[in-house]
Structures are given as C-alpha cells and as structure tokens.
Design a binder for this molecule. Structure first.
Ligand code: TTP
Ligand code: MG
Length: 401
C-alpha cells in the first residue's frame, strides 16, 4: 500500500488529570485547578486546567511557583488510581474501532484505522465518533489528530487543543507543517534546535529542503531520519503493546559472590519481588527459571515447569531453590543472578483444577497471606512487610546457623 494511504489517528486528552477532577466535582468547573505534589515536599505541577494555564501555570513547574502565579487556584493531589481507571475506559472506546491501538501514556494513543474504514466510515467520521463517545460516556474532551503517519498525526492533535480535531492530508504538508518552527519536530530538543537555528534553519520546511547529506554530516543518522520525517515520510507502524510474556528480576553484584546461602537469600528477595509484580498485574505463571552469570560473562539459564499456574511465593521459591541446588556448585564466584516466571496467563483466564485428593489448605493459607501482604504494601509503600527468612547455611567460619 502507498504509505500515504494509511489513516493514523493520535488522540490526546485535554488537561487530563485536572479534567477528571473537574468532572467529578462540579464546583471545580470553570476554575483554575492545579494537580500536583505539595509545596512542602517540593512537588511539581502534574497538570493545570486551561483556566489555570492563563495564569502561566504549566506541567513540571515547581508547586511553589504555581502558588505565586495563581494564589486563588484550587490545588489537588494526584489520584493515580482514578486516572488509571478512566484511562482504561478511554482505551476501551478506542478498541471498539480497531485492535491497532498503541497507548503512549494514560491519556494518549495512536490508532491505525486504515482497515476500520470499511466498517465504521471514513477516518474523519471515526475520529469524531471517538470524540463523541468520550464526551457522552465519560464527560471528558479529547483532541484528535488525523494524518497518514504517526509524526503528522501527533503534530495534528496538538494544533487545535482543547476539544480539537485537525487533519493533515498528504497535499497539505507544505501549507500546514512546513511553516512550523523546527522545534516542533520529534527528536529536536533544545540543543539540536539551537544548532539548526544557528544555521538559519528555523522552520520544518527549511529542514525538509536542506541537503540530506549535509544534515547527516551535522547530526548523524538522526539527521537523515529528521529529513525524511520533515518530508512526510514516517513508516513506523502503530504497535499495540503485546502482553508481557515473562516477569523477571536480576541483580549484578558490586563484587562476585561465591556463597550459596548468600545467593539463595538474594534469590529469595528476587522471587518475592517477581511474585509481587505478578499478583499486582493479575498474572500467574507456570515456568520458573534462574539465570546465573559467572565472572567471565558465561551465563546459564535453567528452568522448570510447575503443574499449575501460580503467583505465590512458596512454590516459586521452592522451584528456584531446587534449580539452584541442582545447578550451582557452592564456592563458585557469581557475577549476576536472576529469577524469571514465564508461560504467563491472566488470572481470570485460568480454570482452577480443584485438588480432589491433596490438601489444599496450605495453598489457601499462602494465597491469603500473599493477599494481605500486598494490601499492606500497597497502602503503606512497597517495603513495609517482608517475608522473614529463616537462614539456613554456614557463616564465614563454617558454623551452621
Ligand atoms: P499531557 O497530555 O501532556 O497534558 P494534559 O493532558 O494535562 O494537557 P493537554 O494535553 O490538554 O495539554 O499529559 C497527560 C497527563 O500526564 C497530565 O494530565 C498529567 C500527567 N503529566 C505529569 O504528571 N507531568 C508532566 O510533566 C506532564 C507533561 C504530564
Ligand atoms: Mg493530554
């Protein structure tokens, strides 16, 4: 297909965190609302409602400065759980039109709607339909950019904010994009922009019309890419984030370690961490592996597959410990070790095989314990409750403990 035939949409919510708070508390509507950390903790502004932006308040500004600029603003803390929930609803709306959704952050995504047009109408109609659903179902506004590649779609969504809709067709590149300042190009940060501006290259159009070889000479390969993009060539696909296939943790030691009991204690912590991540992600896994890297960078990976899916610490660590004992010779120096759980499934996709003959009560107790620990850690911060490990091994003098 001709690269200019693609229909790519970029959607970005308007003043996202602030808009959600204004929606949920009508008293805040029409007022300058600023979301961020506290002045006492030297916090910064996460976002500001458009009313607050007229005072000059913006993201990443120190909160103290925001208070100076906008003393009558309404200041609220960040409620990530709430914004995550809303984000899932937004992404749900996108998925009604295409599976090709690439979420960039909570409030922003690319959609490839090229193939959706047969079912849902033109790309414009799809863009407006999505805006409409976000408004009627979620009572929020979004800005939509439509074009034939990712760079231009993202540029477009920013052209008509808030509550905007902006399209850049192939024949409009010169009229709509080339006059924009070169800083609006992706990959052009402060330094590159200064360099280009120093050479008299102030607009995207001037960049597009430079000699590509010269740009490459000045900026390296990135210069070539920028030249193409400025000329409307950006073939990057929209890449839906596939589900993670494994969860792992590994650690490299500042100095090599050659004592089995120390290594096992570290594996204990890594396994606990992996299981915690699995549980908070609603995942369970079946294959447990360890990785050992030696000082000469030779690595081994050894794995075992369990009978059932789990996110509980005990079966995972039992397997890890067994793998270690089968594959590691005490005294051998090790540079890195790691634990990974793979063959993952979503919690709710697993059909539990009831253990008709065995004793399930230990398993139930473990699950209950894990659940309580995660709850406490979620409320009071990651490190509040740790499993105490009874160390069995020998200390440096060879004494058992
Ligand atoms: P943005 O989309 O950059 O900003 P926004 O949605 O608040 O406003 P608009 O798009 O209309 O310009 O970021 C989305 C959310 O991400 C934002 O609501 C808060 C959060 N965020 C931060 O926490 N820190 C930051 O520095 C930025 C830029 C955003
Ligand atoms: Mg936004």
């Amino acid at each position: 297909m001709d690269a200019k035939q693609r229909a790519i949409i970029h959607i970005d919510m308007d003043a996202f965190y602030a808009a959600v708070e204004q929606r949920d508390n009508p008293e805040l509507q029409g007022k300058p609302v600023i979301i961020g950390g506290s002045v006492e903790s030297r916090g910064v502004v996460s976002t500001a409602s458009y009313e607050a932006r007229t005072y000059g308040v913006h993201s990443a500004m120190p909160m103290a400065e925001a208070h100076r600029l906008c003393p009558n603003g309404i200041y609220l803390p960040v409620d990530m759980q709430k914004y995550r929930r809303v984000s899932q609803q937004i992404m749900g709306i996108f998925h009604r039109f295409t599976p090709e959704v690439e979420a960039i952050s909570l409030d922003e995504a690319f959609l490839d709607v090229t193939a959706s047009q047969r079912l849902f109408g033109t790309a414009e109609e799809i863009g407006y339909a999505i805006k409409g659903l976000i408004k009627t179902e979620l009572h929020l506004t979004a800005s939509v950019g439509l074009s034939y590649n990712k760079f231009l779609a993202k540029l477009a969504s920013d052209m008509d904010k808030p509550d905007g809709f902006y399209k850049i067709a192939p024949e409009e590149l010169e009229a709509k994009v080339w006059p924009l300042p070169v800083r609006r190009m992706m990959g052009v940060g402060g330094k590159t922009a200064q360099l280009l501006e120093g050479m008299g290259v102030r607009t995207i159009g001037q960049l597009a019309n430079m000699n590509a070889g010269l740009l490459e000479h000045i900026l390296g390969k990135q210069g070539l890419v920028m030249h193409e993009v400025a000329n409307g060539m950006d073939n990057r696909p929209v890449e839906p984030v596939r589900e993670s296939k494994s969860v792992g943790r590994e650690t490299t030691f500042p100095q090599d370690i050659g004592e089995q009991y120390v290594l096992e204690t570290i594996l204990f912590t890594l396994a606990d961490d992996v299981c915690h991540t699995l549980r908070t992600s609603g995942l369970k896994g079946k294959t447990i592996s360890i990785k050992i890297r030696y000082p000469d960078f030779r690595s081994i990976t050894r794995a075992v597959t369990l009978d059932s899916y789990t996110a509980s610490f005990e079966p995972v660590f039992d397997a890890v410990q067994q793998l270690m004992r089968d594959n590691y010779q005490d005294g051998t120096p090790v540079r890195l070790i790691g634990v990974t759980v793979s063959s993952l499934k979503k919690d709710d996709e697993i059909i539990e095989q009831p253990d008709l003959f065995g004793d399930d009560s230990r398993k139930v107790r473990q699950q209950e314990l894990n659940r309580v620990m995660d709850k406490i850690n979620a409320r009071y911060g990651g490190d509040t409750v740790h499993r105490a490990r009874k160390l069995t091994g020998r200390d440096k003098n060879g004494e058992l403990f």
